[in-house]
Design a protein around this ligand. Structure first.
Ligand code: ZN
Ligand code: FE
Length: 258
């Protein structure tokens, strides 16, 4: 089978709305329609009718366009049980590990609590890509609004368990700002320097810096590098410090930094 095709539509200040089409069936879905009008305009230009809406979490900048897609296209709205309780008109709840058929594609829900308690990532298993919402960003991760550092670190570990070539689609275009923090933490990491230059080039041309890959994030995202011995040294933490406390320290530093 051929892979799904993904379109990232800029929305709000720095969000991305994902539009995914499965070429075999012609089925279309929308991930996190966070601004009204953005997905409908794109869909109308192509004559596409989405059958599904996936919400990674309940924040307004990810759900604001749900209703117009539900009423305009009879699209089914899917979210986790926990965050779904805070989202209007959810048609179907998808729990951790549950799968959903989308033409020849299979979508698996991965519970990734931390940013919110019911945050879910959507893994397109056949095509090898994942929508990470506000859990994993290019060279960064989401703030801990509801969960603990332990929960968020566990969630990032789950995403790190996906194959390295898995393409990563994030909820926001934050890569360049995150790159400056990453370079402050690891000034001698050449992969970070190279990725920063690439991101500057892409943003200069108003292009998305995404998707990245899980492998690239492992090399350049400081939050995925909290398990490393050298990260403890850089942060003046004892070698015995648990990974989640190294992660917590990085998250605090990023919060203070902006
Ligand atoms: Zn959010
Ligand atoms: Fe967001």
């Amino acid at each position: 089978m051929s892979a799904v095709e993904v379109h990232l539509l800029p929305a709000n200040k720095d969000n991305y709305v994902g539009v995914v089409r499965e070429p075999g069936s012609g089925l279309v879905l929308v991930v996190d329609p966070g601004e009204k009008g953005v997905a409908p305009e794109f869909l109308a230009a192509r004559g596409w009718r989405p059958s599904l809406i996936l919400n990674t979490h309940h924040h307004w900048d990810h759900v604001n366009g749900n209703d117009e897609l539900r009423s305009g296209f009879q699209a089914q709205l899917i979210a986790s049980a926990i965050d779904g309780a805070k989202i209007a008109n959810v048609d179907r709840v998808l729990s951790d590990g549950e799968r959903l058929a989308f033409g020849a594609e299979t979508i698996r829900a991965i519970a990734v609590p931390g940013h919110t308690l019911g945050h879910t990532a959507f893994h397109f298993e056949n095509s090898g890509l994942v929508f990470t919402g506000d859990t994993l960003f290019g060279m960064g991760c989401g703030r801990l609004f509801e969960g603990t550092p332990e929960q968020m670190w566990g969630s990032l570990r789950r995403l790190m368990g996906l194959p390295d070539e898995t393409r990563v689609y994030c909820g926001h275009e934050y890569t360049l700002a995150n790159a400056r923090f990453a370079a402050r933490i690891e000034p001698d990491n050449e992969a970070i320097t190279e990725r920063t230059e690439e991101a500057e080039r892409l943003r200069g041309g108003n292009q998305p810096t995404l998707p990245s890959t899980i492998g690239q994030e492992k090399r350049t995202n400081p939050f995925l590098r909290a398990g490393r011995t050298d990260m403890r040294r850089r942060l003046n933490l004892p070698e015995s410090a648990p990974d989640s406390s190294v992660f917590a320290r990085l998250r605090e530093m990023k919060d203070d930094w902006g």
